[in-house]
Ligand binder design. Structure first.
Ligand SMILES: *Cc1c(COP(=O)(O)O)cnc(C)c1O
Length: 399
């Protein structure tokens, strides 16, 4: 018999009651160190006083008015995002997929507005993940996500990860833009090399295509810069963000240059909930913290510390860990054992991590973690690795 909750998730048998900082407390009282952060969402950890104050303060005043009226906190947040990025304008959404939908629609509308409506196709890279709506599924082109949901939305082409020659060949008179994650998240923490990002920018400039970045997972401080593309010194025309931008409150945004946003006039796009006062209050509070002096410096420093300690574990357990990759606090452990078993072994040590593609385990801790949290996590991972190594020795001895 089907469960009352649609069974689309293979959930771990754990439920949490409350959290504090980087710690989650299960309803049975067990304490977990959270290096998954709700899949890169809880950037400031749990019960951050500034976010709690912003949300509860706004909750006392006004939750929702609709976009029929002005929302001053939204105007303020948009101004701050524009000030801190390449963008000239921002549309607020409730999720990552909706931010991508806005980005895709905007790319099409741009070309339509400048008199070339035949340019509507978007090229993506293999391993991409852009969401679960029909268009973002078509963009990501993952067989397992598309199965049974056909026909696939028209207008998306895909080439091998980082393959510039294949990308050039895929461009036709119908191409509107290129959509990539500067660091693939679900794909397994696969950063696009700076040289590739630079070439993408040049190709788009030469051919009149728009460059779209999906920073839903890698954005908002995760890599130690406000946006991951800042590492490469390459800016997009349109960018989708979400996950961390609301610090746990459901929220996303589509940022764009004035040129890219041509055609996005009154009535062309909308959302009932997008940019509502609760989300905007929390979004501003997240930025207060992330943009404060020294915050991102610290993310970079502590990210290096974590990566170095993981590299040591990789040396110690070469049969368990193949590679450590990523930047800031977006780190992938490429495993030589099944990644789902690795995640499970970490849970047994009371450490939460997230599996990803390419047999990778993601470490996406809250950006506020302490050195002590890192040492605790490393101890858990070391124990998990030792168990796998012991099992391997036992298996070898038996063989
Ligand atoms: C999570 C994610 C999305 C989809 O976001 P939702 O909020 O689940 O719709 C899109 N792109 C990337 C890179 C993501 O990590």
């Amino acid at each position: 018999m089907i469960t009352p909750l649609l069974p689309t998730y293979a959930r771990t048998d754990l439920a949490f009651d409350h959290g504090k900082g980087a710690r989650l407390f299960a309803d049975n009282g067990e304490e977990f160190l959270d290096f998954g952060a709700g899949i890169a969402v809880n950037a400031l950890g749990y019960a951050h006083p500034h976010l709690v104050e912003a949300l509860t303060g706004q909750a006392q005043k006004l939750w929702h008015t609709s976009n029929l009226y002005k929302i001053p906190e939204g105007e303020r947040l948009a101004e701050r995002l524009v000030e801190a990025s390449f963008a000239d304008t921002v549309f607020f959404t409730n999720s990552g997929a909706e931010a991508l939908e806005c980005a895709i629609k905007m790319a099409r509308k741009h070309h339509s507005a400048i008199g070339q409506p035949e340019r509507y196709r978007i090229i993506t890279f293999e391993g991409a993940f852009h969401g679960r709506t029909l268009a973002t599924l078509a963009a990501g082109r993952q067989e397992k996500h598309l199965a049974g949901f056909g026909p696939v939305v028209e207008g998306f082409d895909q080439v091998s990860f980082g393959d510039i020659e294949a990308l050039k060949s895929a461009i036709t008179g119908e191409t509107a833009g290129v959509l990539v994650e500067p660091v693939q998240g679900e794909g397994g923490i696969r950063p696009l090399p700076t040289a590739i990002l630079k070439q993408l920018r040049a190709i788009c400039d030469d051919t009149g295509l728009l460059l779209l970045f999906d920073e839903v997972q890698c954005g908002v401080g995760r890599t130690g810069k406000l946006f991951a593309h800042e590492w490469a010194g390459v800016t997009p025309d349109i960018m989708a963000v979400a996950k961390a931008i609301g610090g746990g409150f459901p929220m996303g945004a589509c940022l764009a240059t004035e040129n890219a946003a041509q055609g996005m006039t009154a009535g062309s796009h909308g959302s009932t909930f997008g940019g509502n006062p609760l989300a905007m209050a929390v979004g501003n509070a997240v930025l207060d913290v992330v943009l404060a002096d020294g915050f991102l410096d610290r993310v970079r420093q502590i990210g290096i510390t974590l990566t170095q300690k993981l590299a040591r574990l990789k040396d110690e357990f070469p049969n368990v860990i193949e590679d450590i990759r990523g930047s800031g606090l977006m780190i992938g452990i490429k495993c030589r054992v099944p990644n789902t078993e690795f995640v499970q072994a970490c849970i047994e040590q009371r450490l939460l991590t997230v599996a990803a593609g390419d047999n990778v385990v993601r470490l996406l801790p809250p950006l506020i973690i302490s050195e002590a949290d890192i040492d605790d996590a490393i101890a858990c991972i070391e124990t998990a690795c030792a168990q796998f190594a012991d099992n391997a020795t036992v298996k070898q001895a038996r063989a």
